[in-house]
Design a protein around this ligand. Structure first.
Ligand code: FAD
Ligand code: N01
Length: 863
């Protein structure tokens, strides 16, 4: 390599070893590499960018196929870091063409004099971490060796193009093209017989234009994709003027949005609106010509299959109305994945193309390709002859370009091996074992699920800040900790797991590359949420990183996100509502407040039958109950359920949604019983009533339509306390016979000083001050060790019914629940302990509010 001068200081790059040395080497001169170069140079760093291509632009340099254009509005899909640049550049269309975007990239390269620090036509082939010298040692395709303190892969998520695994692919005698490597001189397909394999975004954009040139076009489709009309055209000058007038605010909105472009945030479930209203909403969205218009119409399109079906059905109806041949229309209707779980497309005349006489669709689901021959393509049904084949078969996305370089970190660990079971990163930016290594829009970051320019800018700015902070703090080496990386990988999976995305065989899941592990690659928590996590890492002193240098070493281990994503969202929403602390209210107001909040919660599922009644309490006065019967034929087992509310709040109907869910899940009759509340009736009134209700239920099982001797108890929170206590009272009284106890985040002890009380004192819905308020209302200090209120203190827990004990990580009551499960186990009781990671006290009973699964990590098998 012959290096010229570089860096703003113009200093020579050559090191004394005969090897060129840099502060930072960047791989790739797409939007990411270009901006990073500009920023790092601005810090006075010696930077060198390597690019395989002969020019800048990355994606827009390589993907020159007919019809290639962006599908995020150009006014959004453009750099935001220089107000002059964003004001002076004029886009000619709503969605600019590839040539126009490439012109923009070249304009930026010229305007900021970027080319002098970019080495074109050169691939970085290997990168080895030298621990002793604290630098990366790199090799390139031209045989050059160089070193750099920091190494950044700005190599693109969709830059490693992929041919299909089809027998005979090299035998074809005609011309072949890949959309991701389209010849620069252009291709004239006029008068030719052309095949296109692949109907993702590249196929869908190019097919209409290829059809207008070719004599015959045959499209080989394996999976039909959802596509919406782009309704592209000249960009409305008034819209441009309006946005340019407030570009800073507009860009700020984009950065905090979910997908990187400002959009109204949906507030309604698709299932909560009438059919006509919903169809009208979809119709307006269909007319809008925007990728996110339908996807963001309702809150639950990506989380509920039923909701998603409403959108998918609407789009299928549109396809049927456009394509004249019903069989072709049906073949084009996607039916194997929920809408949005494979990247949807924006098209110009795609479905209409199938009405042309020179276009034919081959449905590979019915007649798969067997081989490519010298003259064309054989399916199981037919031999086709072609002059040209276009592979629109996509990319080894997100990880392909990174692992194509032989990257070895500490102790020679190869990145490819580290990622053998799926990529592991901290924040999608850094990798444990690979010091001073960064990936822009790497796996585990929003990247491909967003307007990528916004995500690129955020990463570039984070890395720039990180390097500057390292210098400020006297460090030169940074590496994430294993704990932080594990936690982030877990968080990325938690986010994906509450959506429909993992249900599709998509490139998001690595499913298009044989042998690639099936892992959801990007971060789906949203651009704004993600940015907040990255910022928080810095604010908390580079949480999750070890930094080292002349100033010493600093390890700041920890996890930036521990709550389940939907739990966090709910807590953030509640925090923004500035609700009163319940314990600050008089009891009557607290009850009214809780009742009112409960009324706004989503209803539980339908059950077979719901009936209200009363039963006699311990003092003879009536106690309300509500009975839930499953829809299946009875008789069923009977569960006596005690509601939560700290012995002060709640009623037989306050846990209605959960009781419905319990009834359906357990296929049992659930009898939710009330009990007298404190402070009007203090301890042991609630226990006495709870036991009286149990005795009554056992005696009336047949009348309730239940099996007499199959009785269980269940309860949540203070209700869990009562369920635990009555199980023991029943044992001691010789009946009723309780077959099982389900204790959900139960109160089991009056010791309010356990670590979980301190760690989760505030901020997770049930607070330590509220628990003190409950205890004070319910029971005198002197009575708090009584096992009828602190069941953990019972002398003998043996012979109790088999138990399921559910505890939540972010609950003041966590440790006492854990302790009770352990005590039961120690006493020989069959226990299934379910500690729920990332959950709070209310998670389990908040049916249809928290979607996050309850990870089951049983400590011992169920009885
Ligand atoms: P790239 O643009 O992919 O650049 C990476 C560069 O790194 C490439 O030029 C490559 O040659 C180089 N490189 C890789 N490995 C090496 C190596 N070992 N040595 C040297 N050089 C190397 N995103 C959107 O948000 N909106 C859109 O509308 C949109 N449209 C798209 C249309 C198409 C056809 C495609 C393929 C992608 C589209 N994308 C879109 C995603 C697009 O990739 C990003 O928006 C963005 O351009 C990525 O920029 P980048 O710099 O990160 O990567
Ligand atoms: O690639 P793809 P792409 N036999 O992977 C099929 C961005 N982008 O280049 O689905 C037969 O989506 C494969 O079938 P299946 C955007 O993010 C944006 O089109 O695996 N068929 C699929 O139909 C996009 O998502 C724009 O069953 C085979 C197709 O090839 C991403 O880049 C434009 C096959 C590949 O589709 C990738 O898009 C272009 C085989 N052996 C790209 N192997 C915009 O509009 C694969 N296929 C902004």
């Amino acid at each position: 390599m012959t290096e010229r001068e570089h860096g703003d200081d113009g200093s020579a790059a050559g090191g004394q070893t005969g090897e060129d040395t840099f502060d930072v080497v960047v791989v790739g001169a797409g939007f990411a590499g270009m901006y990073l170069l500009h920023r790092l140079r601005g810090q006075g760093l010696r930077v060198r960018v390597f690019e395989t291509g002969s020019g800048v632009g990355g994606t827009w340099y390589w993907n020159r196929y007919p019809g290639a254009r962006c599908d995020v509005r150009s006014i959004d899909y453009s750099y935001s870091w220089d107000p002059q640049l964003e004001q002076e550049w004029e886009w000619s269309e709503k969605f600019a063409t590839q040539p126009e975007i490439l012109r923009y990239a070249n304009h930026v390269a010229d305007r900021y004099d970027l080319r002098r620090d970019i080495t074109f036509d050169t691939r970085v082939t290997a990168a080895n971490w030298d621990e002793q010298a604290t630098c990366w040692r790199l090799r390139t395709s031209t045989g050059a060796s160089l070193s750099a303190t920091y190494y950044v892969m700005a190599s693109g998520c969709l830059s490693s193009s992929k041919h299909p695994e089809i027998d005979g692919i090299d035998r074809f005698a005609g011309a072949t093209y890949h959309t991701g490597h389209w010849p620069h001189e252009g291709v004239d397909l006029s008068g030719l017989r052309v095949a296109v394999i692949g109907t993702g975004s590249s196929g869908i954009q190019s097919i209409p234009l290829i059809a207008s040139q070719a004599a015959q076009l045959t499209v080989f489709q394996r999976t039909p994709n959802f596509s919406l009309p782009a309704r592209n055209g000249v960009i409305d000058p008034a819209t441009v003027a309006e946005i340019k007038a407030r570009y800073p605010e507009y860009r700020a909105e984009a950065r905090l949005s979910s997908g990187g472009s400002p959009r109204p945030v949906p507030t309604q479930s698709a299932l909560d609106v009438a059919d006509e209203e919903r169809t009208e909403r979809y119709r307006t969205a269909w007319e809008a010509g925007e990728l996110g218009s339908i996807l963001t119409a309702y809150t639950d399109l990506m989380t509920s299959r039923e909701a998603n079906d409403t959108a998918a059905d609407f789009i299928r109806d549109q396809i049927r109305s456009i394509v004249r041949d019903p069989e072709v229309a049906e073949a084009l209707c996607p039916d194997d994945h929920p809408f949005g779980t494979k990247r949807p497309c924006l098209d110009t005349g795609y479905y209409e193309t199938y009405n042309r006489p020179n276009v034919r669709l081959v449905n590979l689901r019915k007649t798969p390709i067997v081989r490519i021959t010298e003259t064309g393509i054989d399916t199981t049904d037919e031999s086709f002859a072609f002059d040209a084949i276009v592979f629109a078969t996509g990319f080894d996305a997100m990880t392909g370009a990174i692992v194509n370089v032989d990257i070895r970190g500490r102790d020679g660990l190869q990145l490819k091996d580290k990622w053998a079971d799926g990529p592991r990163t901290y924040l999608g930016l850094t990798v444990q074992g690979f010091p001073n290594f960064f990936a822009i829009t790497g796996p585990g970051s929003p990247s491909v699920l967003s307007n990528m320019v916004v995500s690129i800018e955020q990463h570039v700015e984070w890395i720039t800040r990180c390097l500057s902070d390292l210098r400020r703090d006297g460090f030169e080496r940074i590496e994430p900790t294993a704990t932080a990386e594990d936690g982030w990988v877990q968080h990325v999976n938690d986010c994906a797991d509450i959506t429909l995305f993992p249900r599709a065989n998509s490139w998001y899941m690595g499913a298009n590359v044989p042998g690639k592990p099936r892992v959801f690659l990007p971060y789906i928590g949203g651009v704004g949420e993600y940015r907040a996590a990255c910022d928080e890492v810095i604010e908390r002193g580079y949480l999750g990183f070890e930094r080292r240098g002349p100033a010493g070493a600093q390890t700041n281990d920890g996890l930036v996100r521990r709550l389940q994503p939907d739990v966090k969202m709910m807590l953030d929403m509640m925090a923004s509502m500035d609700l009163p602390a319940i314990e600050s209210l008089p009891v009557a107001d607290a009850r009214a407040f809780v009742e009112q909040s409960g009324a706004q919660s989503p209803p539980g599922p339908e059950v077979g039958e719901v009936a209200d009644g009363t039963l006699p309490g311990a003092d003879g006065s009536p106690l309300d109950y509500r009975l839930y019967r499953p829809p299946t034929a009875g008789p069923h087992p009977l569960v006596v359920y005690y509601h939560g509310g700290g012995w002060v709040l709640g009623s037989a109907t306050s846990d209605d949604a959960y009781c419905r869910d319990l009834c359906l899940q357990s296929d049992a009759v659930v009898l939710s019983v009330d009990y007298r509340h404190a402070p009007e009736a203090r301890f042991p009134a609630a226990v006495d009533d709870a036991f009286a209700a149990l005795v009554w239920a056992a005696g009336h099982a047949s009348e309730l339509g239940a099996i007499p001797d199959r009785l269980a108890v269940a309860g949540w929170s203070a209700g869990g306390n009562l369920a635990a206590v009555v199980s023991r009272l029943a044992r001691d009284a010789g009946g009723p016979a309780v077959a099982a106890q389900l204790l959900i985040t139960p109160v089991t002890d009056s010791d309010l000083t356990r670590p979980s009380y301190r760690e989760n004192a505030e901020g997770f819905f049930l607070t330590a001050p509220l628990m003190h308020w409950f205890w004070d209302h319910y029971v005198d200090e002197a009575d708090r060790t009584d096992p009828r209120v602190s069941p953990l203190r019972a002398e003998d827990l043996s012979g109790l019914p088999p138990a399921v004990v559910v505890t939540a990580q972010f609950d003041p009551l966590r440790d006492e629940g854990d302790a009770y499960a352990a005590a039961l186990e120690a006493a020989g009781v069959a226990v299934r302990h379910l500690p729920c990671r990332g959950q709070i006290h209310t998670s389990i009973t908040a049916v249809n509010v928290m979607l996050s699964s309850v990870p089951i990590e049983p400590r011992s098998p169920p009885g």
